[in-house]
Design a protein around this ligand. Structure first.
Ligand code: SF4
Ligand SMILES: [Zn+2]
Length: 325
């Protein structure tokens, strides 16, 4: 939808681009069923091509970018490497697509992957249109490609997210990832705008159904309100709220019933107004349970979650459906 694409683009104007250092941190993750250390680096590059053209409605990552040339990226890689202590998993992200040669030239992509090739697994992110570059990269590293799908429903992709591709296009690229012998992680969004809470739960679970045969990992992203986005505008006008943590847990539980691979969920700004939250009283317990599940895969961690706000959440699911007519 051209008008929505053009409107989404207006949020990217006048954002100052200052030279920034790479963001680096360490965390726990899961590798072949074991909890291991992971090293994460976010390289500052020119950023996501789609964000430059228009951009997904909930995404404010364009603010993290700047026009770094090859030398500058190389410096960032050296700096990151100086902090690397042999963690088993290495995640090398940009605020866009690692595999886009306009962000990171191909030879540099190869150099970076080989620099960290001692890691047991390297994870990079990419939009579908750059997957074919995998064919040109020579590396012995065990590689997982994380590709944002958000929703397998084309109407949601077009009108709620402005994703810039259809499910069929995404699926073709996902099959290519597997053909190239790489692992595939799929990001699914929980509660894109313009959906009721109940529809959002169903949309996420239906999306799992459509990718469960091909995904090695499914990672749920409950929407968090990024500044300078259309979703923030809707939120300020009280036309959008991030999902309840009850909804997030429901999605994970339903997904675990139908999908055998690794399920993860990162609740950004959890418990805060800008992130997935419940009543305030129970949020910390929910966030801990979701974090524990992401590492242990034990669905029982959700059994002990109780709070009076469950009734309020159930009422909302019903009322919104009633109002929809
Ligand atoms: S969500 Fe991903 S694809 Fe969409 S604009 Fe942001 S970085 Fe680009
Ligand atoms: Zn509560």
């Amino acid at each position: 939808m051209k008008a929505l694409e053009e409107f989404a683009a207006t949020f990217k104007r006048d954002v100052p681009k200052r030279v920034k250092k790479p963001r680096i941190w360490k965390e726990k993750d899961v590798l072949d069923g074991k909890i291991v250390d992971a090293f994460v680096v976010i390289l500052r590059t020119v950023g996501c091509k789609w964000a430059h053209d228009s951009g997904c409605l909930m995404c404010g990552y364009f603010k993290e970018t700047y026009d770094a040339g090859k030398e500058e990226i190389l410096k960032q890689v050296e700096e990151a490497y100086s902090h690397y202590n042999g963690e088993e998993i290495v995640k090398i992200f940009t605020s866009g697509s690692f595999l886009d040669s306009k962000e990171i030239p191909l030879e540099l992509q190869e150099l970076i992957l080989n620099k960290f090739a001692k890691a047991k697994k390297i994870i990079v992110e990419s939009r579908p249109e750059f997957i074919e570059n995998l064919e040109r990269i020579e590396t012995k590293a065990r590689l997982e490609v994380a590709m944002g799908l958000e929703s397998a429903n084309d109407r949601v992709l077009e009108y709620s997210i402005n994703k810039g591709f259809t499910f069929a296009e995404w699926r073709k690229a996902a099959e290519k990832v597997k053909e190239y012998g790489k692992e595939l992680k799929v990001y699914i969004l929980i509660k894109p705008p313009f959906l009721t809470e109940k529809d959002a739960i169903e949309d996420a679970v239906r999306s799992v159904e459509k990718v469960k045969d091909i995904a090695d990992t499914i990672s749920f992203n409950p929407v968090a309100i990024h500044s300078k986005t259309l979703v923030e505008l809707l939120w300020r006008k009280k036309l959008y709220t991030p999902p309840w943590l009850w909804s997030v847990v429901k999605v994970i539980e339903d997904a675990a019933e139908i999908y055998d691979g690794l399920i993860k969920c990162d609740v950004v700004a959890g418990g805060k107004a800008r992130g997935a939250h419940n009543c305030g009283e129970c949020d910390a317990a929910f966030i801990k349970a979701i974090r524990d599940f992401s590492l242990s895969q034990k669905i029982d961690v959700f059994k002990k979650l109780e709070c009076e706000c469950r009734e309020e959440w159930l009422d909302l699911l019903e009322i919104e459906e009633f109002l929809k007519g």
